[in-house]
Design a protein around this ligand. Structure first.
Ligand SMILES: C[S@@+](CC[C@H](N)C(=O)[O-])C[C@H]1O[C@@H](n2cnc3c(N)ncnc32)[C@H](O)[C@@H]1O
Length: 217
């Protein structure tokens, strides 16, 4: 999507993707991904996900990258926390303790920025991107994270082609996108019933969420 699309979502507060509480798959499956480690975590297209406070409270240092300054400011303000702000190009950095939000374009990140990262949390990042951008996203992610990095990836699939995020990404597409550079473990698929708020809002009969653990070779 164009940057303007996301800036408009944030300025109009059309942020139905924001959960406001810890994602249940993160809560259930992060421990098996991270073990006992407090390794550094990268959160692409992070929004103001509360999940980052949860990861922070588990002792991880975090870098989230997010286009919207509104999201970055709200993230700290809504938690009643202050962030030190370091304006710059291509990123303005918001820092509270070892939790940083880098406000700018994911595609401007370089390998040196993330050389200390060992874990990645992708919820609603891959599926926020239209089909034409997904391979570019995976290629760039692969270029900037170190070998051995593990990713918790959460996707969403449904049968109708809706031309707005969240896009449907099938399990086969995940395999096509990642198998050249990652070992892939499909952890689970969860079916959302027709009366779930998401399926109701989109007029879908059902949808499925999948959770993957990916390890960069
Ligand atoms: C669907 S939301 C998901 C946010 C978050 N992961 C969550 O679970 O709530 C996608 C986010 O990606 C941000 N975004 C889109 N394109 C981006 C880019 N190229 N670089 C950084 N952030 C981007 C948008 O502003 C939006 O907040």
């Amino acid at each position: 999507m164009e940057h303007e699309f996301w800036h408009e979502r944030w300025s109009k507060k059309e942020i139905g993707f924001h959960e406001g509480s810890v994602n249940k798959f993160l809560y259930d499956h992060w421990p098996e991904l991270s073990g006992d480690s407090t390794a550094d975590v990268f959160v692409p297209l992070c929004g103001k996900a509360h999940d980052m406070w949860w990861l922070h409270d588990r002792g991880h240092a975090i870098i989230g990258v997010e286009l919207s300054e509104i999201a970055c400011k709200d993230f700290f303000a809504e938690a009643g926390e202050k962030a030190l702000v370091h304006p710059g190009e291509p990123f303005t950095r918001f820092r509270h303790e070892n939790l940083q939000l880098w406000c700018g374009d994911f595609f401007q990140l370089a390998p040196a920025d993330l050389e200390h990262i060992r874990l990645v949390y992708d919820r609603a990042a891959l599926i926020a991107l239209p089909p034409s951008m997904r391979q570019k996203y995976v290629n760039h992610l692969t270029a900037i994270i170190p070998e051995g990095t593990r990713i918790l990836l959460i996707t969403l699939d449904y049968s109708t082609n809706i031309k707005a995020p969240p896009f449907n990404v099938s399990d086969d597409e995940v395999r096509n996108l990642y198998s050249a550079d990652y070992d892939i473990e499909h952890i689970l698929t969860n079916t959302l019933p027709g009366d779930h708020p998401f399926t109701k809002r989109k007029g879908l009969r059902s949808a499925t969420e999948s959770v993957f653990q990916l390890t960069k070779r």
